[in-house]
Design a protein around this ligand. Structure first.
Ligand code: HEC
Length: 144
């Protein structure tokens, strides 16, 4: 289920044992780093506690356009935001009106809404299960 990106999309945003995207934090060893309560809370109320470095920002341009995403880079030239689909936009500094952190996680509140209760429990069990997570190493693309 974790790998099924149509049902829950975890893998679109999270890497685990080398498999998946890099929008959200790497979940490798989540069985060890997160308690049962914390794993459940992370899925049901992502905005309750936002992981350091993963705050969502809203940038407003001088023309009044907005962009939302994680701040992946910021320097004298401008700021780069990565949105929930992984798309990055660069807003040049001279075009930037305002850059504000938000209290809302980029992880949607309703990621598990299409799951039945049983499927949700399976997903929770997976997040606690070291052995099954480590079996993903066989699926992961080999490092060069
Ligand atoms: C649109 C991208 C996206 C999707 C889809 C998504 N997440 Fe997340 N997730 C994030 C981001 C960004 C954070 C970091 C911000 C935060 O703490 O809320 C996060 C945080 C987490 C955390 C806490 C990590 C930590 O170290 O504190 C867990 C656990 C988690 N996600 C699990 C899941 C699971 C399981 C699914 C699938 C049901 C999922 N996520 C789907 C983007 C996503």
């Amino acid at each position: 289920m974790f790998l099924n990106n149509k049902a829950v999309a975890c893998i679109t945003c999270h890497k685990l044992e080398g498999v998946g995207g890099n929008i959200g934090p790497d979940l490798t060893r989540v069985w060890e780093t997160h308690s049962l309560e914390k794993s459940i809370e992370s899925m049901l109320e992502p905005s309750k506690e936002i992981k350091e470095g993963y705050q969502t920002f809203v940038a407003t341009t001088k023309a009044g356009k907005t962009a939302t995403g994680l701040r992946v880079a910021q320097n004298a030239e401008g700021v780069v935001l990565r949105d929930a689909t992984g798309k990055e936009v660069m807003i040049p500094a001279n075009d930037l009106e305002e850059l504000q952190p938000t209290k809302k996680s980029l992880m949607p509140d309703d990621v598990v809404k299409h799951l039945s209760y049983r499927e949700f429990l399976d997903l929770v069990a997976f997040l606690r299960d070291r052995r099954t997570q480590e079996s993903l190493r066989a699926v992961a693309p080999k490092k060069e």
